[in-house]
Ligand binder design. Structure first.
Ligand code: IVH
Length: 672
């Protein structure tokens, strides 16, 4: 290739890679596969190796530079980086808005609201459109030069995308680690024998202030651009226009930024955004509210470091440190032993938390969580609080690592570990805890849905020996209920009537209610649709079951083994005799081939607001997606609602994206 040709090709490659980065990191709509992307990088590297004069400062090959010799150099910001005054409640916000109104006279003003991401403020200087220098905030006037590390953040454009680039522009933004990245970095810290980070902000700061840019490059850092400092050759009138300009230049700008004509509307945004906080994939500690007009901003000026034209509406913190009193163990209906953390109560994200999930023994080991530890609790991106890991500082000597007990805590049967599984099980089918959990599952909303038969009543019926197997519910009489606490004629009549009514639940619900391991609502639906009746399913071989779309070999094996068990067969027969629905329409699990989610495979877990098990499945297939019951490497997305523990952790293990309903809507609308 001649010199001209080579330099043209290198420019083409730089553009193609920048475009791919933009689509991946900013638009979240990747167009190249990893292999294709790597191939472009490889070609560019080869060209540059042949002729080093082709290397430009904005070349993507220059993202990972060399290790800094000494500490970071100091740099003076072209314009000071200000901080923000806080509004901790509505009254403080109102007081701020009133002062703004008073100071700018009676003229109208607009406000911009933006999520306040919890990360680290940085400043990026672009000279003639090329990224020249990046620095931390430091003391606001002088920061640390972290250019080499910022170059590794692929969401930061190395060249502005717009035509006519200004001579100089300072872009301000927040570098942060998404929650998932935070958890991953902490696991790596612990595995490497280093201290875990307290919160996403600390881990972002720690990642950015690395001596070796190659270390920073491995941290999944992201950025939101939220403002402009000094500039030359850039005429903008409002902050709102500045955000649009930043977007046009290829920066990630929060899609949640909004423009308001009234303070009341800005305040409503703050409140509404706090509601959404738990569903975000990154940590926010509030909303920043800014006067949009740059001319009004100048007139308002600052008091010390705090501009009068902006305020941070703060939320309660989502991480906290507390003592892990004890690790408890709960026996599920399938016999699965689920460890959980019993905590000294602590306020996280505005609610008091005293219990948190711990997935399994391996996870506890990996995170090195021990009884008596001071632990980091996080309640964000998920409603169930999580134990992130031990706090960096522990008081006194730590206890020994926790071990799964050898025997079931309820019935003392030696526990077993499923082959290739992280979970331990109590194998005793007669374990009182398992029986009770199984009965609770049987009557639950997604299963037989027996109105008026709650946990307490089930516990009481088991205690009195009136119910020990599912079919026993259908033998209960009003006379047996009447002597129980709180029962009168009407309430007893109602319970018996609702038990009777449950007989008409469709076949797939009955199948789900049986509590066959691995058979959740969706799997039950797939099996019911494919076989059409309990008898057909019972008579099917493992191979025939595995042929059903969406059913893997493990589920198929478990299902056929379950039906072969005499005790299970007796339960099914008794339920059939009691008059439950044992057949339903056969249907092919067909996805609409033309929907927006065509070709995508989903697994659903947890409770999704506004949907039942059935209706979410229908909704997804209506959109063209295929729904399966268990998470594997071929799953495209896990749609998770409240709850949903093991599928969520399996997804995280396999790197399958876990999304919520809001994200599903965006995917379906093509705006993700
Ligand atoms: S504006 C005067 N906008 O919050 C404007 N800051 O205490 C100063 N932050 O250190 C910053 N998201 O790191 C602004 N959308 C946003 C922000 C934001 C997060 C951080 C920023 C700063 C701190 C202010």
């Amino acid at each position: 290739m001649g010199g001209d040709q080579a330099s043209q090709r290198a420019a083409e490659l730089r553009r193609a890679i920048a475009e791919a980065d933009h689509r991946y990191y900013i638009l979240d709509q990747p167009t190249l596969s990893d292999a294709e992307y790597d191939e472009l990088m490889r070609e560019l590297r080869a060209l540059e190796a042949d002729d080093p004069s082709l290397i430009t400062p904005d070349s993507p090959t220059q993202r990972v530079g060399v290790v800094a010799q000494s500490g970071f150099a100091e740099v003076e910001h072209l314009q000071p980086m200000l901080s923000l005054a806080n509004a901790r409640n509505e009254a403080e916000f109102d007081a701020w808005a009133e002062r703004v109104a008073r100071l700018i006279g009676d003229e109208p003003y607009q406000l911009v609201t933006e999520p306040k991401v919890d990360g680290l403020a940085i400043s990026l200087v672009y000279e003639d459109g090329v990224f020249a220098r990046g620095a931390t905030r430091g003391n606001g006037v002088i920061g640390e030069d972290v250019t080499a590390n910022l170059r590794t953040v692929r969401a930061i454009p190395l060249r502005l995308a717009g035509k006519a680039a200004p001579a100089v522009v300072e872009v301000r933004g927040e570098v942060y680690l998404p929650l998932e990245g935070f958890a991953r970095v902490n696991e790596e810290q612990i595995a490497a024998g280093a201290k875990p980070f307290m919160n996403p902000r600390n881990s972002a700061a720690g990642s950015l202030r690395q001596k070796n840019p190659a270390v920073t490059a491995k941290r999944p850092l992201r950025i939101w651009a939220y403002g402009i400092g000094h500039s030359q050759g850039l005429e903008l009138e409002t902050h709102w226009d500045a955000l649009a300009w930043l977007r046009d230049q290829g920066f990630p700008v929060s899609p949640d930024a909004e423009l308001h004509d009234e303070p009341a509307s800005a305040l409503a945004f703050c409140r509404a955004f706090e509601e959404r906080r738990a569903s975000l994939t990154y940590d926010v500690d509030g909303v920043v509210v800014k006067v949009s007009s740059l001319e009004q901003q100048r007139r308002l000026g600052s008091v010390g470091r705090d501009p009068r034209w902006a305020v941070a509406f703060k939320f309660a913190p989502t991480t906290a440190i507390t003592k892990l009193e004890k690790i408890g163990l709960n026996v599920g209906r399938t016999g699965a032993l689920n460890p959980y953390a019993i905590l000294e109560p602590v306020v996280v994200g505005g609610v008091t938390v005293s219990l948190a999930t711990l997935h399994n023994e391996d996870d506890i080991r990996r995170k090195d969580i021990r009884e008596g530890d001071r632990v980091i609790i996080q309640r964000a991106g998920d409603v169930i609080p999580q134990v992130v890991g031990p706090a960096p500082e522990q008081d006194g000597r730590r206890k020994r690592p926790w071990r799964m007990p050898d025997r079931c805590p309820v019935c003392s049967t030696p526990v077993v570990r499923g082959e290739g599984e992280a979970r331990h099980y109590c194998p005793n089918r007669g374990c009182p805890s398992r029986g009770y959990e199984g009965l609770k599952h049987f009557v639950s909303r997604g299963a037989m849905d027996m109105d008026g038969v709650g946990e307490k009543l089930v516990a009481r019926l088991v205690e009195l020996g009136l119910v020990s197997q599912p079919q026993d519910f259908y033998k209960l009489t009003v006379d047996e209920l009447l002597p129980l606490d709180g029962f009168q004629q009407t309430s007893a009549d109602n319970v018996i009537r609702s038990i009777e009514k449950s007989k008409s639940r469709p076949f797939d619900r009955v199948l789900f209610a049986l509590g066959i391991p691995h058979v959740g609502g969706i799997t039950a639906e797939l099996l019911a649709g494919a076989f059409g009746s309990m008898d057909a399913l019972r008579g099917a071989t493992t191979e025939q079951i595995a042929e059903v779309e969406g059913i893997g070999p493990v589920i198929a094996e478990t299902v056929s083994a379950w039906f072969l068990d005499d005790e299970h067969a007796a339960i099914v027969d008794a339920l059939a005799a009691a008059g439950l629905t044992m057949a339903g329409p056969k249907r092919a699990a067909t996805a609409s081939p033309s929907g927006p989610l065509a070709g995508k495979t989903f697994v659903v877990t947890g409770t999704l607001e506004g949907f039942t098990r059935d209706s979410i499945g229908e909704h997804l297939t209506g959109l063209g997606a295929k729904v399966t019951g268990s998470v594997s490497a071929s799953t495209d997305y896990v749609l998770a609602g409240e709850g949903g523990g093991s599928k969520r952790s399996k997804a995280e293990e396999l790197g399958v994206p876990v999304i919520d309903l809001a994200e599903l809507e965006r995917l379906a609308a093509g705006t993700a």
